[in-house]
Ligand binder design. Sequence first.
Ligand code: GLC
Length: 753
Amino acid sequence: MNIEKIISELTLEEKASLCSGRSVWNTVEVDRLGIKSIMMTDGPHGLRRQPEGDEQTGMFVSVPSTCFPPASLSACSFDRELLHEMGEALGEECVAENVRILLGPGANIKRSPLCGRNFEYFSEDPYLAGEMAAAHIQGVQSKGVGTSLKHFAANSQETRRFCSDSRMDERTLNEIYLPAFKKAVTDAQPATIMCSYNLLNGEYVSQNHYLLTETLRDKWGFEGVVVSDWGAVFERVKSLAAGLELEMPGSCDDNDKKIVDAVRAGLLSEDVLDLAVRRLLTLLERIGGDGTTVVFDKEKHNELAKKIAAESMVLLKNNGILPLKQDADIVFIGDFAQSPRYQGAGSSQVNPIKMTSALEAAGNYNNVRFCKGYDTGNCEQAETLLEAEAVAAARDADVCVLFVGLTPEYESEGFDREHMRLPGGHNSLIEAVAAVNPNVVVVLHNGSPVEMPWADKTAAILEAYLGGQAGGDAVVDILFGKQNPCGKLAESFPKKLSDNPSFLYYFGERDVTEYREGIFVGYRYYDTKDMDVLFPFGHGLSYTTFGYSNLVLSASSIKDTDTLTVTVDVTNTGSVPGKEIVQLYVGAAYKDSWVIRAEKELKGFQKVLLQPGETKTVTFALDKSAFAYYNTGLHDWHVMTGPYRIQIGRSSRDIALTAQVDVVSTVPIRFKADVNTTFGDILRLEGGKEFIEELWERFPQFVQPPEDSEPGTIEYMSYKSQFEMVPRSVLAFDTSGMTLDQFQQMLDEKINK
Ligand code: GLC
């Protein structure tokens, strides 16, 4: 495709028409110049392709396709290769249906468990979310199909999502809400990025130049096309100038005409329009495909969906009751055992090719009895006849497996949750069964954390999340031990909603949502406060056990331009093969009044398969990004000189080994010292120490106390407090008559040179 030649031959109207969709899912074609239309559709964890021309049939009528586990579950695999594999399979299904862009993955950060769309997002942690998103994108795009990383950015609630203004400081934005997108862009170059509906700091994201151009393109080097979320465009000409190339769906030409008029009136340079068209044509060249389709192996994809679910589900608690004995008298209780909630509601909803319930899957193992336990259509109701029937069945069973969770009215795209509780009828059922039988295993089907007031009354808890079409199979393989669980939580489960750091401010006030908790999202908050949680980030049990030893750092001191190599040995100390997710956290081992840091941040993870007794050495390479914070003065990442803890953990709260490394910054902090600069800050500057020592001669109040100065003495107080003092306040005690200007002159000559 000779893009420049095509641009030169396109009329103004044709150029403008290319910048919006022809229909709900298709772009515009210009036959005379060989520009073809392509189809894009949802995603992220399965293809939702509506029959041609049936776009208005409602989002739940689509061609049958494999429903893989949504992101909230697949992220718990902590397995880059597995997400890549899922992406490949999704890409194959797109090619089979001639879909050229799959709308996903969703990389928004889980600020609160209340977000209705958390099931579709990976994590509360930007590092994990970025790694998972990049792997998913690379997988899909390996098949020549594009993706649409979404929803860029700061779209962490469904409440008023079309007009809510996400307000946060620059550091919070760059440390928490952007890094997953940045990682995916720099590692995987998604064909498109979908801008979100909301505003960021007062400007609609769809026309936010700071995000779409200064950040996405100028800083990160994004090469693709920015597509709007469906209906997210407000002022079309302004959005085009901000860096939004494609409005979806088409706005029945109204906005196209606005673009033409703006160019004609000299309000928009045609170069801006040409740049957008160039990017759109480059996109077509990259992922447009040649129209050939393939037939994919449905059974192979179903097996992959099962593998992803089985290797992602998280065993939260187990007193040894699991794995179940095949000759045990087992009763499955709960409608989810036969009609599981396996995906979230909304635009991601897939029409699955196949569906296997746990009850069907259990048939391969055991003559499991079943009781419905609750009415899914009315699951707030407690102490029902169904519950009584379940209790009767539970009395004499060896084991009761309860399938509970959230039904679509509790969490969905388009609205947020109101609380973190399970439906009343589910909680009641668990309590009633546990009262008559201690051998209760709870299997949870939920898209985001729930409160578990009954946790201590259970023998085991399996967080199965929304398992996709083969989730039932995966659950049963885990229950009966065919699959050793190896997933770990990609989000914290607080004991109660009000423990969550965003609790006081979530949803915001009318159209403004202030992210007042700042960088303290998820475990960054709970761990810094050393606050008890129900289950911590990174937690997950196995049917075996793992030992950690021999943590070695390649150096005890590095510069921020060096790479630190970390190795640790992991041993399977149990009796069955298993996979362990080794987590590496970094935390500043110093307190600094210049920058507030979370107690730890995830900066590496690896999943290793180990046979009983086997030991493997796991290696991590840490660069500057492992130690840096976002400096709003530099508008860039910076490492503060000081000691840092390297923590190897089974979870964020179960740290097995710790070591310390000193990191020296090669980027000096520069600022102009003046009479309002503390002596402590002046000490940080080049020549600052010498300057202060000279001052001690002049201002005896700051004489160095003798080594044995006792706390409580004037010498001790003077020494400790001087670092918080500023020259201006000291001059008040000076009898030499030095003026503020003279002091500033001294600073300029010795420090600010
Ligand atoms: C939606 C969603 C987005 C989806 C799009 C197309 O409103 O926010 O994730 O891809 O519409 O269905």
